[in-house]
Ligand binder design. Structure first.
Ligand code: TNX
Length: 502
């Protein structure tokens, strides 16, 4: 305070009345949240204190604060700073593995969770409370958070996406960006469809021609290529740091032509009887037909191949699951194959996932079925189910009627944002949702962005937020407020009509 000319006092640099920020548009919507009409102005100097396994979370927070132009120091002790990160395993009973509590008050910010995953999600929630520009540049203005108390945990443990890298290849760089986007919306499973008729995308050291040959082909106009095992592991670690587990799919015994072309001995040479006619070797397959190729199921040699491939995949995969495909194939020996492939996967310590057709066979009771048309009645009771119904979650289908370069066999008018959002748990054994993009017509990164976003955000919310809290119109209002953030992240998202993208 200084003396003014007429003798009174006035305050110099009086702080402006702090504007209380709008209620942030959080996606997915938390389980419980209350907001107060009070503001927490983040100070210039910040101290983060963490306990237990809070180190990674404190690093994510540090990055966020630094991008906001604030200075931060971190210390591994509890109860000392304005940012407190507490990992406490005893919270597991109330919050589960992935839940968290987040409190913002005049004292600062307190984040608690039972595990690293929960802390990571608490940070993602905070991230969505910061201005969108933070995604691409440093902030100049002070950041103000609204006082809140959040208690959050997911409805489902499986919140996934599937990228078909087989028809057309998507490289390490793109897949990392995809992982980043999933993480922002608290998705936790990335299923890679690594093999199909048109290409083989993962290095298998014992069968090198798989990628020497199969890494060089793709669907017409698509991209070829493959991931080395080193790249796969790099992606996996990148994803795990963001609480995302990779599920590799080796599609068998159909959708296998790329492998047959590389190793013709796996084939019975019966393709001359099929449409389209194929000579093996040498013609690569660049077309769109499905359900025409298969292993020579009467040749026991194929099980050596299956075991070798599964062994290498199990060795480089940290997650507990291997996906064996199993879709779209008729053969008298199909069930026998599935049972054997399932037991091979188990013998390498992994749990099998297959497209729902595999449940026609007497598979092991811990196998997980991925439902895509919902017509197969499983012969083994109480098998767990990943919900990927094509009517809601096949995002290779058009965003809007008539969109070019899309599949339409499941739904002629496309799969709208509202279709994706309309998921409800229809079966006790459903463990979650997975949004899939097949890449027959998805030939560039921009097109892949367009297919996933924003529909994958709807999938993320239906996987996280319970059905009774969801309302489509309200979701679209919140989603529109993410337009700036999606643009800052340089995502070529579909500007869904009816959403105000800002
Ligand atoms: C069916 S759904 C497939 C894929 C195709 C997709 C095209 C499923 C398990 N298999 O091979 O790419 O249709 O939409």
């Amino acid at each position: 305070a200084v003396l003014s000319s007429c003798g009174g006092t006035e305050t110099v640099n009086a702080p402006q009345a702090t504007v209380i920020p709008e209620i942030p548009a959080l996606i997915p919507l938390p389980a419980q949240v209350s907001w107060e009409d009070k503001a927490y102005v983040i100070p210039e100097q910040n101290t983060i204190c963490y306990s237990g396994e809070g180190k990674e979370a404190s690093q994510w927070l540090e990055t966020l604060l630094q991008k906001a132009g604030l200075s931060v120091s971190t210390s591994a002790s509890d109860n000392c700073g304005n940012w407190k990160i507490e990992q406490d395993s005893s919270l597991n009973s109330s919050l589960g593995e992935e839940g968290y509590q987040l409190m913002i008050s005049e004292e600062g910010v307190l984040l608690k969770a039972a595990s690293k995953a929960g802390l990571f999600y608490g940070i993602q929630t905070l991230r969505q409370m910061f201005p969108a520009e933070i995604e691409s540049q440093s902030l100049e203005d002070q950041v103000v958070l609204r006082h809140t108390s959040i208690e959050d945990k997911p409805e489902f443990g499986w919140r996934g996406t599937m990228v078909d890298v087989a028809r057309s290849f998507f490289d390490l760089d793109y897949l990392k960006r995809h992982v980043d986007r999933m993480a922002l919306y608290k998705m936790n499973r990335l299923h890679l469809h690594l093999t199909d008729d048109q290409g083989w995308r993962i290095e298998i050291k014992g069968w090198p021609k798989l990628t020497e040959v199969g890494g060089n082909s793709s669907v017409r106009r698509g991209r070829s290529g493959f991931l080395t095992q080193e790249e796969y592991k790099e992606l996996q670690d990148y994803a795990l740091a963001r609480n995302i587990t990779i599920i590799p799919e080796i599609d068998m015994p159909g959708h296998i032509y790329a492998a047959l072309l590389a190793y013709p001995e796996l084939n019975c040479d019966e393709y001359s009887n099929l449409t389209p006619k194929r000579a093996i070797p040498p013609a690569i397959f660049e077309d769109y037909n499905v359900g025409w190729s298969k292993f020579c199921l009467e040749n026991p040699e194929i099980y050596k191949f299956v075991a070798d491939v599964v062994e290498e995949m199990a060795e480089i995969t940290k997650g507990p699951w291997l996906h064996i495909g199993g879709d779209e194939i008729e053969d008298p020996r199909y069930k026998e194959f599935v049972v054997k492939a399932d037991s091979i996967v188990q013998s390498f310590g992994k749990t099998t996932i297959g497209w729902e057709e595999v449940t026609k066979a007497e598979v092991s009771s811990n196998l997980i079925s991925q439902r895509w048309h919902g017509k197969v009645e499983s012969v083994v009771k109480d098998i767990k189910v990943i919900h990927s119904l094509c009517t809601q979650l096949y995002l290779d289908h058009a965003n809007v009627t008539g969109q070019e370069n899309t599949n339409n066999w499941c739904k002629k008018d496309g799969v709208s944002l509202e279709d994706t959002y309309s998921f409800i748990k229809d079966h006790e054994n459903v463990i979650g949702v997975e949004a899939a993009v097949w890449s027959e017509f998805v030939l560039s990164d921009e097109m892949m962005d367009n297919r996933f976003w924003p529909r994958a955000i709807a999938a993320a919310e239906v996987g996280w937020t319970s059905g009774d809290k969801r309302e489509y119109q309200e979701f679209t209002t919140r989603l529109g407020k993410h337009g700036d953030r999606l643009r800052a992240l340089d995502i070529n998202f579909h500007r869904t009509p009816g959403v105000n993208w800002g």
